[in-house]
Design a protein around this ligand. Structure first.
Ligand code: FE2
Ligand code: FE2
Length: 261
């Protein structure tokens, strides 16, 4: 089965924005603004994302759907959600260990609600909620598709592996997360691939617009998470597509490369 050309076009629209998010993280590692304090800040924010944006929704879903577990479909669905919960919790643990090495202590989950939230992340979540509200299932698909942002935080973090100290710890935490998050992104793509025939051309076009808007917000969210390593003029350029595309790994995702007309 060939890869649907609408999926290829959608991925084409993402590649420069994925590269922009990667540039933010890469710039931070060697930024003169980087201090132990900015490291603690991005780590606590990442712990928030893994625990409260990542693990908690699955935990609540499992609690709310526990009584309905019975037939094989519901058992499989429940297990899948519990697997996500476990993975996101392990991601949280990875960043919590780095934070603890820097600070000696770790905030409780409850304290993270205040310490780990930041306005640009809140705005991204609000944008996704608005897309879900205004566009229903298309909004949800856009969210699933943009979650993880092609894992660029983790792939850029893994490149610190040759360094000692905190950077080596960051690289190890990121390598644990990378494979899981690539899988989470593939689930979003598989979800889309399962419904390609039911979407009209107009819906594909809308979906592309929603995805691009969410990805642009992700770049801004990430730059704020890391205390603004990319200056505002460059940030405006890269959120408008100034980066070279970051090529999508079609072989890993689909076991084949697309045939382009
Ligand atoms: Fe995660
Ligand atoms: Fe995830």
């Amino acid at each position: 089965m060939t890869i649907n050309p609408n999926i290829v076009s959608l991925i084409d629209r993402c590649e420069r924005l994925w590269a922009a998010e990667a540039e933010v993280v890469r710039t931070y590692w060697n930024s003169p603004r980087r201090t132990a304090e900015t490291d603690r800040l991005w780590l606590v924010r990442q712990m928030y994302k893994e625990l409260l944006d990542g693990a908690l929704p699955s935990l609540l879903w499992a609690r709310d759907n526990f009584d309905g577990v019975g037939g094989s479909g519901s058992r499989a669905e429940f297990l899948e959600e519990v697997d996500v919960l476990r993975e996101e919790f392990i991601h949280y643990m990875g960043f919590a260990e780095v934070f603890e090495a820097l600070s000696g202590t770790t905030p409780s989950a409850d304290a993270l609600r205040d310490l780990g939230a930041w306005p640009e992340n809140d705005r991204l979540q609000a944008l996704r909620a608005r897309h879900r509200q205004e566009h229903g299932v298309l909004g949800l698909r856009a969210q699933r598709f943009t979650e993880g942002g092609y894992c660029t935080l983790y792939s850029e973090g893994m490149k610190l592996a040759s360094r000692d100290g905190i950077d080596g710890m960051i690289a190890r935490a990121c390598s644990v997360v990378f494979n899981d998050e690539f899988g989470h992104m593939l689930r979003g793509i598989a979800d889309l691939a399962g419904s390609v025939d039911s979407l009209s051309e107009a819906e594909w076009s809308t979906l592309g617009g929603l995805v691009e808007e969410q990805l642009r917000h992700r770049v801004v969210m990430r730059n704020a998470q890391f205390s603004g390593p990319v200056a505002s003029d460059r940030l405006a350029a890269i959120t408008s597509g100034a980066c070279d595309p970051l090529p999508f790994d079609y072989l890993r995702a689909f076991g084949q490369t697309p045939s382009r007309a």
